[in-house]
Design a protein around this ligand. Structure first.
Ligand code: SF4
Length: 305
């Protein structure tokens, strides 16, 4: 019998990879799609923690990552033994972790969040009188502390792509524009950049901001996130002047090397069953990691996030 193959692609992959996919989206959209997918094989053109999340949510499917090297700096900068110690040092806190984390990391967490629902979930926990520790993204945690006046202890890892956005280069780029400019940014960016943004949100949130933009089309819109999404933004609003925020003077080419490992050849091979099969997680590990993810998905469903 022919195997049902479903291919998922993150917005940060190349346009030609997105064109090969059944579904293109951000982490949350792809996780939800993977959970419901009636597939024998899920090819996940993204990075390893995303493929692990798909496997955790749909354990009966064979999940294949096209290139075994597609990791994420938020994962590689987090030693799970040290993380456990840190968590154990905060026994009265709820441990909230960003979805950009390994399965082992998720299994140590009380809640998983994405950039789409992190604000609401943490606000909900504080409204219940809870104290929160946040991992692994230091920039996202610093932004939440700044924005809402929290004092969450933070783990210290960064997205090596977003962390490169730079206030000085940004100010120079903004000053070089003759007319009006806008800045929208992903919360994995450094706080000095986020403080200047008129919108801070998830990849999908930024895409929607661009789709719904009602301002002057002559204005320049700087986007502080991975360059892949500029393709989707350009498709949605070809009338706008969209530019990636700079990482240093003259450089507007900030892309994720791990996402770009998803080449056409690697994805085609994965669709034939060749790649990194996510078969190394035990049932106990998957069960432990699923709990905080399901908690997030239930919350998002309840509040239509
Ligand atoms: S863009 Fe950053 S957070 Fe996303 S996969 Fe690449 S390194 Fe990880």
């Amino acid at each position: 019998m022919t195997k049902r193959v479903v291919t998922l692609a993150h917005y940060y992959t190349q346009p030609e990879i997105q064109q090969m996919a059944d579904k293109v989206g951000d982490s949350l959209e792809l996780s939800l799609y993977a959970r419901e997918a009636e597939a024998d094989i899920i090819v996940f053109a993204g990075v390893r923690f995303m493929a692990e999340t798909a496997k955790i949510l749909n354990p009966n499917a064979t999940v294949i990552l096209p290139d075994a090297g597609s990791t994420c700096s938020l994962v590689t900068q987090t030693d799970v033994t040290a993380l456990k110690r840190w968590r154990d040092n905060h026994p009265d806190h709820v441990h909230v972790s960003y979805i950009n984390s390994s399965a082992e990391h998720k299994a140590l967490s009380d809640w998983i969040v994405t950039s789409r629902n992190v604000d609401d979930i943490i606000a909900h926990l504080y409204s219940e009188g809870k104290q929160v520790i946040f991992s692994p993204d230091r920039n996202m945690g610093a932004y939440l502390n700044y924005q809402y006046g929290y004092e969450m202890p933070l783990w210290s890892a960064v997205c090596e792509v977003h962390d490169k956005f730079n206030e000085v280069a940004l100010n120079e780029a903004l000053a070089a524009v003759k007319g009006n400019c806008h800045l929208i940014a992903h919360p994995e960016s450094p706080l000095p950049v986020l403080k200047q943004a008129e919108y801070v949100g998830s990849t999908s949130g930024m895409l929607n901001w661009v789709k719904n933009y009602q301002g002057d089309v002559k204005d320049v819109i700087f986007v502080a996130t991975e360059d892949g999404i500029l393709y989707n933004m350009g498709l949605a609003r070809p009338d706008l002047d969209l530019r990636q925020a700079p990482i240093y003077a003259g450089c507007q080419c900030n892309s994720c090397p791990y996402m770009k490992m998803n080449t056409v050849e690697a994805v085609k091979r994965a669709q034939q069953g060749i790649g990194l099969t996510i078969d190394y997680l035990t049932t106990a590990q998957m069960d432990a990691a699923r709990l905080p993810i399901e908690r997030m998905l239930d919350f998002s469903k309840r509040y239509s996030l």
